[in-house]
Design a protein around this ligand. Structure first.
Ligand code: FES
Ligand SMILES: [Fe+2]
Length: 392
């Protein structure tokens, strides 16, 4: 067969290839464009979202409510140690003298402003400033100026009212530096039964971008329990267990003392729609003030657990959280691990909401929403000035 006789066949094959190649190019370019379009629109969406985004932090009260706050753990300041602390929009210094007494002072020296948290040292029961070696006692009073016989009577650094208990150092905060309006937390059950209750671990969760008031409101917001806390989770994880639901019965009440409020929750497992009363756990949460330190109490057939839930604001809308557990000795470790791990896993489910929401000063509530406004009226008492938040 001559070559020219093959030409039509060759041309036919080539034409087929060309069509195939063209179709492929078309398909590839369509896919590419589709991906590009998707990518661009998602980028644009993010961009336009950013452009439109409200500064949600400004919608919250720009204040730290008056309260006792956990400022650090006892074991972070051993005898002779100094610790620099940033909390409540302030810089502070904690130290423990030779006598074992811990205290918290303003970090800046009254003399010329050196930061006692950087280079300050413990001398006896005082802290010595690294700059000109002035010394201050646990009450902030200047006890020594190395090059002066006289100490001016008002040479004091502000000392925060301080209480050390349950493995934590607590201070009273008031923006006008008024003395405590009420006592720091004390739990008779733990104080009186030191052989029954034992400290069993702590759990830190720093830097949550939320305002302290959100935590208090959450307990009065009874309608969020079903959607956010109604499914069983593997303790300490975010893994949901299907078919096992948690039935919540929640209520909120104000205490006799005006700085105290209670939140009660009875939780029971519901497996394939059937409730199991044996799984019932009663939890009560006692607010000692606006939520700086709250106390969870779990009661069941197994015994009693206490969990201090402490929030320390580092900024108006940033919290360091720490849980401290005190548990009846007879409760097996595995069970306490399970109960607390479950509680903390459920608490964590709120974080994504807290970290992205705005504060609605006039929320659009319905009758069955829970006593949110009652909680707000109670909470307002812990602010010194009128709320000056940006109205959203
Ligand atoms: S700045 Fe502290 S002693 Fe001078
Ligand atoms: Fe919640």
């Amino acid at each position: 067969m001559m070559l020219f006789e093959l030409l039509p066949l060759f041309l036919q094959i080539n034409a087929l290839w060309i069509v195939l190649i063209l179709v492929s190019i078309l398909v590839i370019s369509l896919i590419f464009n589709f991906i590009l379009f998707k990518w661009r629109s998602s980028v644009l969406r993010i961009y336009s979202g950013k452009k439109r985004r409200v500064d949600r932090h400004l919608t919250y009260p720009r204040q730290y409510p008056c309260s006792w706050y956990r400022i650090c753990d006892s074991d972070e300041v051993n005898k002779g140690q100094v610790k620099h602390i940033c909390a409540l929009g302030q810089e502070m210094v904690a130290f423990r003298g030779e006598d074992g007494v811990a205290c918290v002072l303003d970090a800046f020296c009254i003399h010329m402003g050196a930061n006692l948290g950087y280079g300050g040292t413990v001398v006896g029961n005082c802290i010595q400033c690294p700059f000109h070696l002035w010394e201050f006692g646990t009450n902030g009073v200047c006890t020594k100026i190395p090059y002066s016989d006289k100490i001016p009577p008002n040479a004091n650094i502000f000392a925060y009212p301080c209480v050390e208990k349950y493995g934590m150092i607590m201070i009273w905060y008031h923006p006008n530096r008024e003395p405590p309006h009420y006592d720091a937390i004390s739990v008779n059950d733990i104080d009186d039964n030191t052989n029954t209750f034992v400290a069993r671990g702590k759990y830190k969760y720093p830097n949550i971008k939320m305002h302290l008031q959100e935590f208090a409101e959450n307990s009065a917001d009874s309608q969020h329990f079903g959607p956010l806390h109604g499914t069983m989770i593997i303790p300490w994880t975010e893994i949901l267990i299907p078919f096992i639901k948690i039935d919540h019965t929640a209520s909120f009440a104000l205490g006799y003392e005006k700085h105290i409020a209670y939140f009660y929750d009875t939780a029971m497992l519901k497996i394939f729609g059937e409730k199991y009363p044996k799984t019932k756990v009663d939890a009560s949460i006692k607010f000692y003030g606006p939520g700086g330190i709250t106390l969870f109490q779990f009661d069941g057939e197994f015994g009693r657990l206490y969990l201090f839930h402490c929030h320390t604001p580092t900024d108006y809308t940033c919290l360091d959280v720490e849980f401290l557990a005190f548990i009846e000795k007879k409760i097996p470790r595995l069970l306490s691990w399970y109960i607390i791990g479950n509680w903390i896993a459920q608490w964590k489910r709120d974080i994504v909401v807290w970290e992205n929401k705005v504060y609605k000063r006039a929320p659009f509530l319905v009758k069955t929403d829970g006593p949110i406004m009652k909680m707000r009226r109670w909470y307002k008492e812990f602010y010194v000035q009128k709320e000056e938040a940006f109205d959203w």
